[in-house]
Design a protein around this ligand. Structure first.
Ligand code: SF4
Length: 162
C-alpha cells in the first residue's frame, strides 16, 4: 500500500501553535485511510518546539527563501525560529527517504506545511501564494505535496497509476 506523510494536526493531534488541530474532510479522510498507509508527522514538534508556542510566519519571503538562507521564520514574540523550522523540514525529508514515501498531505497555510498559501510575515492575517519550509524541501526532493483541500488530486493520480 502506498505510504503518505500526513501533517499530525490534520489527523486530530493538537500540535498546532495554539494547541488546536485541523481536519481532513471526512470522505477524503476515509479514502486516505483505506488506500494509504499514513505516516503522521509534525515538523515543528519534531524540531523540539513546544505546544502551545508562538505563532510564526516567514518574514519577507517563502519557504524557498528560508532554505536558501535569505529569509527567516520569526514568532509573534520576536524569537527567531528559523533553525527549528529548517531542522523540522530536514527531519520530514529524512523520514520520507527512509520510508520511501513519495506523497504528502500537509496542512495548508502553515509556514512549515503550507503548499500553496502561507501568511505574509506581517502577522495581520494576510495570505500570499507560496509554500512553507517543509513543503518546499519535500517538493524539491521529488515528493508530491497536497493539502487537506486537494486530496482529490492525489486520489485521481493514484487511481490512474493503479
Ligand atoms: Fe500541523 Fe505542520 Fe504545524 Fe505541525 S508544523 S502543527 S503538522 S501545520
Amino acid at each position: 500500500m502506498v505510504k503518505v506523510l500526513v501533517s499530525s494536526c490534520l489527523v486530530g493531534n493538537k500540535v498546532r501553535y495554539n494547541a488546536s488541530c485541523l481536519s481532513i474532510p471526512e470522505s477524503d479522510f476515509s479514502w486516505l485511510r483505506s488506500n494509504a498507509e499514513l505516516v503522521v508527522f509534525c515538523p515543528e514538534v519534531s524540531a523540539g518546539l513546544p505546544t502551545p508556542r508562538a505563532s510564526a510566519e516567514i518574514i519577507k519571503g517563502k519557504g524557498i527563501d528560508v532554505l536558501d538562507g535569505s529569509a527567516k521564520v520569526v514568532g509573534n514574540d520576536g524569537v527567531d525560529v528559523t533553525a527549528q523550522f529548517v531542522s523540522g523540514a530536514k527531519k520530514a525529508l529524512e523520514l520520507c527517504q527512509k520510508q520511501h514515501i513519495d506523497y504528502a498531505v500537509l496542512a495548508e497555510g502553515s509556514p512549515s506545511c503550507g503548499s500553496s498559501k502561507i501568511y505574509d510575515g506581517t502577522f495581520k492575517g494576510n495570505k500570499i501564494d507560496g509554500a512553507g519550509v517543509t513543503a518546499t524541501l519535500l517538493e524539491r526532493n521529488g515528493i508530491k505535496v497536497y493539502s487537506q483541500h486537494t486530496i482529490a488530486e492525489l486520489r485521481s493520480l493514484l487511481e490512474t497509476d493503479t
